[in-house]
Design a protein around this ligand. Structure first.
Ligand code: ADP
Ligand code: MG
Length: 205
C-alpha cells in the first residue's frame, strides 16, 4: 500500500529531478518555445517541497491537492495550471484514504490526465505532456517501472511530431525534430514515482 509518506517522497523526488534536469528542459523549450520550462518546473516543485515540509498533509490525496495548488500559484504560463490540475484532480480522486493501492493511483492519475486534456484541449499526438502521460497511465496499474518506460518512450516519440497546442504550435512545421519539453518533464514525474517505489514497488508487491 502507498501511504502519505510515499506521496510526500514522490513529490520531493520530483523536485530533485526537475532541479537536476532544469537546464535540459529549458534547452528543449528554447528550441520550440520560450526557454522557461526548466526554471518553471524547478521553481514550482521547489515550492511544493517547501509547503509539504511546512504543512505536513495527512493523506495521499491531500499531498497531491496541496502540491497542485502550489504549482498553480508559483508557475505561470501553460505548464503551471496544467500540472496543477493534474495533481489536484488526481488528489481529489484519491479522496481521504490513508493508504491506496497502485491500481487506485493509476485510476486517479487517469482522471488527472483526463482533466489536463480537458483544460488544454489537447489529445494524443499533439506533441504535449499528454504524449508521455497517456501511455504511462495505461500501464501504471501493471507496474511503476513500465509506467516510467512508457512515459520516456512517449516523450521521445514527440520528436517527429508537429506541435498542435501551446507555444510550440506557433512554429508549425518548424516544431518537428525536437522533443516536447512538457513531455520530457512528465517523464521525470513518472521516473520519480518509480524511483520512490523502488524495486519492491512501494511495498505493495
Ligand atoms: P509556456 O509554454 O507558457 O512557456 P512551459 O514552457 O512551462 O509554459 O510549458 C510548455 C509545455 O506545456 C509544452 O511543452 C507542453 O508539453 C505543455 N503544454 C502547452 N500547452 C498545452 C496544452 N494545451 N495541453 C497540454 N499540454 C500543453
Ligand atoms: Mg515555455
Amino acid at each position: 500500500m502507498l501511504d502519505t509518506d510515499f506521496f510526500r517522497r514522490w513529490m520531493v523526488a520530483t523536485a530533485a529531478a526537475m532541479d537536476r534536469e532544469a537546464d535540459r528542459l529549458t534547452e528543449l523549450d528554447a528550441a520550440i518555445g520560450d526557454a522557461d520550462h526548466g526554471s518553471n518546473m524547478r521553481r514550482g516543485f521547489a515550492a511544493v517541497s517547501d509547503v509539504l515540509d511546512k504543512e505536513a498533509p495527512t493523506a495521499p490525496g491531500t499531498v497531491l491537492t496541496l502540491a497542485g495548488r502550489h504549482l498553480i500559484s508559483t508557475v505561470g504560463g501553460a505548464s503551471g495550471p496544467l500540472y496543477g490540475t493534474l495533481l489536484r484532480r488526481t488528489g481529489k480522486a484519491l479522496g481521504d484514504a490513508q493508504e491506496v493501492t497502485r491500481e487506485q493511483l493509476a485510476e486517479a492519475l487517469g482522471a488527472g490526465v483526463a482533466a489536463v486534456a480537458q483544460l488544454g484541449g489537447a489529445q494524443a499526438g499533439d506533441k504535449t505532456m499528454l504524449d508521455a502521460l497517456l501511455p504511462a497511465v495505461k500501464v501504471l496499474g501493471a507496474s511503476f517501472d513500465r509506467a516510467r518506460e512508457a512515459a520516456l518512450e512517449g516523450a521521445l516519440e514527440t520528436v517527429p511530431l508537429r506541435a498542435r497546442k501551446g507555444r510550440a504550435s506557433y512554429l508549425g512545421e518548424r516544431s518537428i525534430g525536437h522533443q516536447d519539453p512538457g513531455a520530457a518533464s512528465s517523464a521525470l514525474l513518472l521516473g520519480a514515482l518509480a524511483e520512490t517505489a523502488g524495486p519492491s514497488g512501494g511495498g505493495d508487491a
